[in-house]
Design a protein around this ligand. Sequence first.
Ligand SMILES: Cc1cc2nc3c(=O)[nH]c(=O)nc-3n(C[C@H](O)[C@H](O)[C@H](O)COP(=O)(O)OP(=O)(O)OC[C@H]3O[C@@H](n4cnc5c(N)ncnc54)[C@H](O)[C@@H]3O)c2cc1C
Length: 235
Amino acid sequence: MGAWDVDLHEIIIVGAGIAGLTAARTLQDMGFDSVVLEKSKGIGGRCATRRLGEGIFDHGSQFFTVREPAFQELVDGWMLRGAVKQWTHGFPVIGDVTELAGHPRYCGVDGMTSMAKAMAEGLDIRREHRVKRVTEARACWQIEVEGGVRMRAGVLVLTAPVPQALRLINDENTWRIGAALSPLLVIHYSPCFAAMALLDGPSGLPVPGRPASRRVPFPGLPTTSARASRPARSR
Ligand SMILES: Cc1cc2nc3c(=O)[nH]c(=O)nc-3n(C[C@H](O)[C@H](O)[C@H](O)COP(=O)(O)OP(=O)(O)OC[C@H]3O[C@@H](n4cnc5c(N)ncnc54)[C@H](O)[C@@H]3O)c2cc1C
Protein backbone atom coordinates (compact mmCIF):
# COMPACT_ATOMS: atom_id res chain seq x y z
CA MET A 1 0.00 0.00 0.00
CA GLY A 2 1.45 3.43 -0.99
CA ALA A 3 1.55 6.50 1.26
CA TRP A 4 -1.41 8.01 -0.59
CA ASP A 5 -3.65 4.93 -0.45
CA VAL A 6 -5.10 5.89 2.93
CA ASP A 7 -7.73 8.27 4.25
CA LEU A 8 -9.78 9.02 1.16
CA HIS A 9 -12.65 11.46 1.72
CA GLU A 10 -15.44 12.64 -0.54
CA ILE A 11 -14.86 16.31 0.30
CA ILE A 12 -12.14 18.09 2.27
CA ILE A 13 -12.56 21.72 3.25
CA VAL A 14 -9.51 23.72 4.31
CA GLY A 15 -10.35 26.33 6.96
CA ALA A 16 -12.94 26.46 9.73
CA GLY A 17 -13.75 30.13 9.35
CA ILE A 18 -17.27 31.22 8.46
CA ALA A 19 -16.79 30.29 4.79
CA GLY A 20 -15.49 26.78 5.55
CA LEU A 21 -18.15 26.11 8.17
CA THR A 22 -20.90 27.39 5.86
CA ALA A 23 -19.64 25.11 3.10
CA ALA A 24 -19.53 22.09 5.44
CA ARG A 25 -23.00 22.83 6.86
CA THR A 26 -24.54 23.35 3.44
CA LEU A 27 -22.98 20.15 2.12
CA GLN A 28 -24.19 18.24 5.18
CA ASP A 29 -27.75 19.55 4.62
CA MET A 30 -27.48 18.25 1.04
CA GLY A 31 -26.41 14.82 2.29
CA PHE A 32 -22.65 15.04 1.67
CA ASP A 33 -20.03 14.27 4.31
CA SER A 34 -17.00 16.48 4.51
CA VAL A 35 -13.92 16.84 6.68
CA VAL A 36 -12.81 20.33 7.70
CA LEU A 37 -9.07 20.86 8.31
CA GLU A 38 -8.22 23.86 10.51
CA LYS A 39 -4.69 24.93 11.39
CA SER A 40 -5.65 26.63 14.68
CA LYS A 41 -6.81 25.21 17.99
CA GLY A 42 -10.00 27.25 17.71
CA ILE A 43 -12.53 27.73 14.96
CA GLY A 44 -14.07 30.88 13.47
CA GLY A 45 -11.00 32.25 11.65
CA ARG A 46 -11.31 36.04 11.45
CA CYS A 47 -14.49 35.84 13.54
CA ALA A 48 -12.06 35.69 16.43
CA THR A 49 -12.56 36.00 20.17
CA ARG A 50 -9.73 36.13 22.67
CA ARG A 51 -9.93 36.13 26.46
CA LEU A 52 -7.36 38.16 28.38
CA GLY A 53 -7.72 38.60 32.14
CA GLU A 54 -11.24 39.87 32.73
CA GLY A 55 -11.67 40.89 29.11
CA ILE A 56 -13.27 39.22 26.13
CA PHE A 57 -12.06 40.69 22.84
CA ASP A 58 -13.56 40.29 19.40
CA HIS A 59 -10.37 41.19 17.56
CA GLY A 60 -11.69 40.25 14.13
CA SER A 61 -15.24 40.94 13.04
CA GLN A 62 -17.34 42.72 15.64
CA PHE A 63 -20.82 42.39 14.22
CA PHE A 64 -22.65 41.40 11.08
CA THR A 65 -25.75 42.42 9.18
CA VAL A 66 -28.32 40.35 7.31
CA ARG A 67 -29.29 41.12 3.72
CA GLU A 68 -30.73 37.82 2.46
CA PRO A 69 -33.85 35.94 3.67
CA ALA A 70 -31.93 32.63 3.63
CA PHE A 71 -29.26 34.08 5.92
CA GLN A 72 -31.96 35.60 8.16
CA GLU A 73 -33.41 32.12 8.61
CA LEU A 74 -30.00 30.86 9.70
CA VAL A 75 -29.48 33.78 12.08
CA ASP A 76 -32.95 33.29 13.61
CA GLY A 77 -31.93 29.69 14.32
CA TRP A 78 -28.70 30.83 16.02
CA MET A 79 -30.69 33.33 18.10
CA LEU A 80 -33.10 30.59 19.24
CA ARG A 81 -30.10 28.52 20.31
CA GLY A 82 -28.65 31.45 22.26
CA ALA A 83 -25.54 31.81 20.09
CA VAL A 84 -26.31 35.21 18.55
CA LYS A 85 -28.05 38.42 19.71
CA GLN A 86 -29.12 41.66 18.16
CA TRP A 87 -26.56 44.18 19.38
CA THR A 88 -27.85 47.47 18.05
CA HIS A 89 -29.79 49.18 15.28
CA GLY A 90 -27.09 51.71 14.45
CA PHE A 91 -24.14 53.71 15.69
CA PRO A 92 -24.30 57.31 16.86
CA VAL A 93 -21.92 60.06 15.91
CA ILE A 94 -20.09 61.03 19.11
CA GLY A 95 -21.87 63.85 20.94
CA ASP A 96 -25.05 63.40 18.93
CA VAL A 97 -28.35 62.04 20.20
CA THR A 98 -28.93 60.25 16.91
CA GLU A 99 -31.88 57.84 17.05
CA LEU A 100 -30.56 54.33 16.46
CA ALA A 101 -33.23 53.17 14.04
CA GLY A 102 -31.21 51.46 11.32
CA HIS A 103 -31.09 47.79 10.39
CA PRO A 104 -30.07 45.32 13.09
CA ARG A 105 -26.43 44.52 13.76
CA TYR A 106 -25.89 41.08 15.26
CA CYS A 107 -23.07 39.75 17.42
CA GLY A 108 -22.16 36.50 19.13
CA VAL A 109 -23.55 36.14 22.66
CA ASP A 110 -20.22 35.08 24.14
CA GLY A 111 -17.95 36.60 21.53
CA MET A 112 -18.09 36.30 17.76
CA THR A 113 -16.90 32.70 17.91
CA SER A 114 -20.29 31.71 19.42
CA MET A 115 -21.65 31.77 15.89
CA ALA A 116 -18.89 29.52 14.58
CA LYS A 117 -19.41 27.10 17.46
CA ALA A 118 -23.13 26.88 16.64
CA MET A 119 -22.32 26.19 12.99
CA ALA A 120 -19.70 23.58 13.88
CA GLU A 121 -22.03 21.26 15.80
CA GLY A 122 -22.09 17.80 14.24
CA LEU A 123 -19.34 18.54 11.70
CA ASP A 124 -16.08 16.59 11.39
CA ILE A 125 -13.53 19.31 12.12
CA ARG A 126 -9.87 18.38 12.59
CA ARG A 127 -8.19 21.18 14.54
CA GLU A 128 -4.43 21.82 14.54
CA HIS A 129 -4.29 20.39 11.02
CA ARG A 130 -2.29 22.90 9.03
CA VAL A 131 -2.37 21.99 5.35
CA LYS A 132 1.11 22.36 3.85
CA ARG A 133 0.48 21.45 0.23
CA VAL A 134 -2.18 20.16 -2.08
CA THR A 135 -1.47 18.44 -5.36
CA GLU A 136 -3.63 17.15 -8.16
CA ALA A 137 -3.51 13.42 -8.69
CA ARG A 138 -5.54 11.13 -10.92
CA ALA A 139 -9.20 11.74 -10.00
CA CYS A 140 -8.41 13.13 -6.57
CA TRP A 141 -6.53 15.73 -4.56
CA GLN A 142 -3.65 14.82 -2.29
CA ILE A 143 -3.41 16.87 0.87
CA GLU A 144 -0.29 17.06 3.03
CA VAL A 145 -0.82 18.20 6.59
CA GLU A 146 1.95 19.41 8.91
CA GLY A 147 3.16 16.55 11.08
CA GLY A 148 3.11 13.99 8.28
CA VAL A 149 -0.65 13.35 7.93
CA ARG A 150 -1.65 12.62 4.33
CA MET A 151 -5.20 12.62 3.06
CA ARG A 152 -6.99 12.36 -0.26
CA ALA A 153 -10.23 13.94 -1.39
CA GLY A 154 -12.45 13.76 -4.45
CA VAL A 155 -13.38 17.41 -3.98
CA LEU A 156 -11.25 20.07 -2.31
CA VAL A 157 -12.62 23.39 -1.00
CA LEU A 158 -10.04 26.02 -0.04
CA THR A 159 -11.32 28.85 2.16
CA ALA A 160 -8.06 30.34 3.44
CA PRO A 161 -7.50 33.96 2.38
CA VAL A 162 -6.69 33.90 -1.34
CA PRO A 163 -2.89 34.50 -1.18
CA GLN A 164 -2.57 31.73 1.44
CA ALA A 165 -4.76 29.37 -0.58
CA LEU A 166 -2.71 29.99 -3.71
CA ARG A 167 0.51 29.19 -1.87
CA LEU A 168 -0.92 25.78 -0.98
CA ILE A 169 -1.49 24.88 -4.60
CA ASN A 170 1.73 26.35 -5.94
CA ASP A 171 2.80 23.07 -7.40
CA GLU A 172 3.94 22.15 -10.89
CA ASN A 173 1.15 19.61 -11.40
CA THR A 174 -1.57 21.79 -9.94
CA TRP A 175 -0.69 24.76 -12.11
CA ARG A 176 -2.06 22.80 -15.05
CA ILE A 177 -5.40 24.23 -13.91
CA GLY A 178 -3.73 27.65 -13.97
CA ALA A 179 -6.28 29.27 -16.30
CA ALA A 180 -9.01 28.77 -13.72
CA LEU A 181 -6.83 30.23 -10.99
CA SER A 182 -5.47 33.26 -12.82
CA PRO A 183 -8.35 35.65 -11.85
CA LEU A 184 -7.36 35.01 -8.24
CA LEU A 185 -3.79 36.20 -8.74
CA VAL A 186 -4.83 39.85 -8.82
CA ILE A 187 -6.55 39.74 -5.42
CA HIS A 188 -4.62 41.63 -2.75
CA TYR A 189 -5.41 41.94 0.92
CA SER A 190 -4.65 45.06 2.97
CA PRO A 191 -3.25 44.33 6.42
CA CYS A 192 -4.71 46.05 9.46
CA PHE A 193 -3.97 46.36 13.15
CA ALA A 194 -6.46 45.28 15.81
CA ALA A 195 -5.69 46.79 19.21
CA MET A 196 -7.08 45.16 22.35
CA ALA A 197 -7.20 47.34 25.49
CA LEU A 198 -8.46 46.19 28.87
CA LEU A 199 -9.85 49.29 30.61
CA ASP A 200 -10.09 49.76 34.36
CA GLY A 201 -13.22 51.91 34.07
CA PRO A 202 -16.02 52.84 31.68
CA SER A 203 -14.82 53.48 28.13
CA GLY A 204 -16.81 56.67 27.72
CA LEU A 205 -18.00 55.47 24.33
CA PRO A 206 -21.66 56.24 23.72
CA VAL A 207 -24.24 53.44 23.77
CA PRO A 208 -24.10 50.94 22.04
CA GLY A 209 -20.33 51.05 22.63
CA ARG A 210 -19.19 51.97 19.16
CA PRO A 211 -19.34 55.34 17.43
CA ALA A 212 -20.16 55.74 13.75
CA SER A 213 -17.10 54.81 11.68
CA ARG A 214 -16.60 58.34 10.39
CA ARG A 215 -16.02 59.75 13.89
CA VAL A 216 -13.70 57.68 16.01
CA PRO A 217 -11.85 58.82 19.13
CA PHE A 218 -8.54 57.31 18.08
CA PRO A 219 -7.22 58.58 14.74
CA GLY A 220 -5.91 55.73 12.62
CA LEU A 221 -8.24 53.10 14.06
CA PRO A 222 -11.08 52.52 11.62
CA THR A 223 -13.55 51.32 14.24
CA THR A 224 -13.64 51.07 17.98
CA SER A 225 -15.98 48.88 19.99
CA ALA A 226 -16.46 48.44 23.70
CA ARG A 227 -17.79 45.04 24.58
CA ALA A 228 -19.25 45.93 27.96
CA SER A 229 -22.29 47.47 26.31
CA ARG A 230 -23.14 44.44 24.20
CA PRO A 231 -26.23 42.48 25.17
CA ALA A 232 -26.15 39.23 27.14
CA ARG A 233 -22.51 39.48 27.99
CA SER A 234 -21.08 39.07 31.43
CA ARG A 235 -18.78 42.02 30.79
C1 LIG B 1 -10.02 43.30 12.24
C2 LIG B 1 -11.18 42.80 11.40
C3 LIG B 1 -12.44 43.33 11.61
C4 LIG B 1 -13.53 42.87 10.85
N1 LIG B 1 -14.78 43.37 11.13
C5 LIG B 1 -15.85 42.85 10.50
C6 LIG B 1 -17.17 43.24 10.89
O1 LIG B 1 -17.36 44.03 11.83
N2 LIG B 1 -18.22 42.69 10.20
C7 LIG B 1 -18.03 41.78 9.18
O2 LIG B 1 -19.02 41.31 8.62
N3 LIG B 1 -16.79 41.38 8.81
C8 LIG B 1 -15.70 41.88 9.45
N4 LIG B 1 -14.45 41.46 9.10
C9 LIG B 1 -14.30 40.51 8.00
C10 LIG B 1 -14.66 39.09 8.43
O3 LIG B 1 -14.04 38.78 9.67
C11 LIG B 1 -14.18 38.13 7.36
O4 LIG B 1 -14.68 38.52 6.09
C12 LIG B 1 -14.63 36.72 7.60
O5 LIG B 1 -14.47 36.33 8.95
C13 LIG B 1 -13.82 35.82 6.66
O6 LIG B 1 -14.23 34.48 6.84
P1 LIG B 1 -13.57 33.33 5.96
O7 LIG B 1 -14.09 32.03 6.47
O8 LIG B 1 -13.73 33.65 4.52
O9 LIG B 1 -12.00 33.43 6.21
P2 LIG B 1 -11.19 33.23 7.57
O10 LIG B 1 -12.00 33.67 8.73
O11 LIG B 1 -9.85 33.84 7.35
O12 LIG B 1 -11.07 31.64 7.67
C14 LIG B 1 -10.05 30.93 7.04
C15 LIG B 1 -9.66 29.79 7.97
O13 LIG B 1 -8.69 29.00 7.29
C16 LIG B 1 -7.70 28.60 8.23
N5 LIG B 1 -6.50 28.30 7.46
C17 LIG B 1 -5.74 29.15 6.73
N6 LIG B 1 -4.71 28.49 6.15
C18 LIG B 1 -4.83 27.19 6.53
C19 LIG B 1 -4.08 26.01 6.27
N7 LIG B 1 -2.96 26.05 5.51
N8 LIG B 1 -4.49 24.84 6.81
C20 LIG B 1 -5.61 24.76 7.60
N9 LIG B 1 -6.35 25.87 7.88
C21 LIG B 1 -5.98 27.05 7.36
C22 LIG B 1 -7.55 29.81 9.14
O14 LIG B 1 -6.96 29.47 10.39
C23 LIG B 1 -9.02 30.26 9.27
O15 LIG B 1 -9.64 29.64 10.37
C24 LIG B 1 -13.34 41.88 9.85
C25 LIG B 1 -12.06 41.36 9.63
C26 LIG B 1 -11.00 41.79 10.41
C27 LIG B 1 -9.63 41.17 10.19
